[in-house]
Design a protein around this ligand. Structure first.
Ligand code: GDD
Length: 366
């Protein structure tokens, strides 16, 4: 059996996503009309023998309760939110809930960052991972050399695909091959995290008895129960025949800023053409407005027949779009009113806002 874990972080993370994340936890912000985490969750449906999906984060439980129960019913796979009392890091958070994760005695554990946008080729990763025979396989992609330093940069053996070297967000260029934040592990990952905890505790104890200065530097260091997957696990295990890479040639983006949500919404809308065409406006779903390209309109939204919508537009629940309105590349959030003849281009219109008649809202660039 297989389980999937999605790391959703908490309110102190995702600060670059402000002000949007003040109103809604970032993982629930809509992309292509569906909460951000909905996309990896529905990709998990394609994993053979999937027993459970866990979301691990330090948001209040009530913020995820509604979503978790509705998505569990919809997919008929148990989805459970596990709340950390404080951040333990991307590997520490996973380790904290090892007893839950191991309940179904899984042979493999998928681990996904919530803030990446990609086609999540999970079944292919699983196959590749089984062939490599290591403890873990990382989804990787080639990006431009200029942008690589925002991510974990890595070197892999071109033939065996073994991870040979890993550096998290290096200051000097290492490689244009980067970590996509999507992994598959055997349960041995828990022993690897346990070893880091033990080393940390031993080091802290040793420093405590050696000198006052060392004690000071130890207190400045990371808490002993905080373990990062990238720096603390991937870097030291590179080159030890434990970790392998699986390269995607499909789309991949990281969602850290509001502007990126427009780009990622477009990517998911165009993916819907193959995966969920029923979600795209067109045919009987158009409500008679003129639709260009990929557009999502929530069933409760009211769009005037003379409006022109698209490409890359998603319109959320209870929005009202008036006569003669033109919308291009935008996300219209719940309860927004766009009055007659207004134009919105390259913008996110926040919850409950109202755009006046004949207004023009246009981002300079995105
Ligand atoms: N539950 C929980 N608890 N989740 C956490 C915690 C924590 O303490 N810390 C981080 N996360 C979650 C975040 O919400 C995110 O989904 C994921 O773990 C990774 O977050 P960061 O550790 O902040 O790393 P990053 O997003 O800057 O970079 C990572 O992802 C990139 C791909 O998007 C790195 O692994 C990079 O190497 C990688 O390129």
């Amino acid at each position: 059996r297989v389980v999937a874990v999605i790391m959703v972080g908490g309110p102190t993370k995702g600060t670059r996503f402000r002000p949007l994340s003040f109103n809604v936890p970032k993982p629930l912000f809509p992309l292509a009309g569906q909460p951000m985490i909905h996309h990896p969750i529905s990709a998990c449906r394609r994993i053979p023998n999937l027993a459970q999906i866990y979301l691990i984060g330090f948001y209040e439980e009530r913020e995820f309760a509604l979503y978790v129960s509705s998505i569990s019913n919809e997919l008929r796979i148990p989805v459970r939110y596990l709340r950390e009392d404080k951040p333990h890091g991307s590997a520490g958070g996973l380790y904290n809930f090892r007893d839950y994760i191991m309940e179904d005695s899984p042979s493999h554990i998928f681990l996904l960052n919530c803030d990446v946008c990609c086609s999540f080729p999970l079944p292919d990763m699983l196959e590749a991972h089984k062939n490599y025979g290591g403890m873990g396989t990382i989804l990787v992609i080639k990006v431009s050399a200029e942008s690589a330093n925002q991510f974990g940069e890595l070197v892999a053996d071109p033939v065996t695909k073994e991870l040979l070297h890993y550096t998290e967000k290096p200051e000097t260029f290492v490689s244009d091959l980067i970590n996509c934040g999507v992994y598959i592990f055997t349960p041995d990952i828990f022993s690897a995290i346990q070893r880091v905890f033990t080393q940390r505790k031993d080091r802290a104890n040793l420093q405590r008895v050696t000198s006052f200065e060392a004690l000071q530097s130890a207190t400045k260091a990371l808490p002993t129960d905080y373990v990062r997957l990238d720096q603390d696990i991937l870097s030291p295990l590179a080159g030890k025949k434990e970790l392998y890479t699986y390269e995607t040639l499909d789309f991949w983006e990281q969602i850290k800023t509001p502007g990126m949500s427009l780009k990622c919404s477009a990517l998911y809308l165009s993916q819907f053409r193959h995966t969920s065409p029923q979600l795209l406006a067109g045919g009987t779903n158009t409500k008679s407005a003129t639709i260009f390209g990929d557009v999502y309109i929530h069933p409760s939204a009211k769009v005037h027949a003379s409006a022109k919508i698209g490409p890359n537009v998603s319109i959320s629940a209870n929005a009202r779009v008036g006569a003669g309105v033109r919308l291009v590349s935008c996300i219209i959030l719940d309860d927004v009113e766009i009055k007659d003849n207004a134009v919105v281009i390259h913008a996110i219109v926040g919850w409950k806002s109202s755009i006046g008649k004949w207004s023009r809202v246009q981002a300079w660039r995105w």
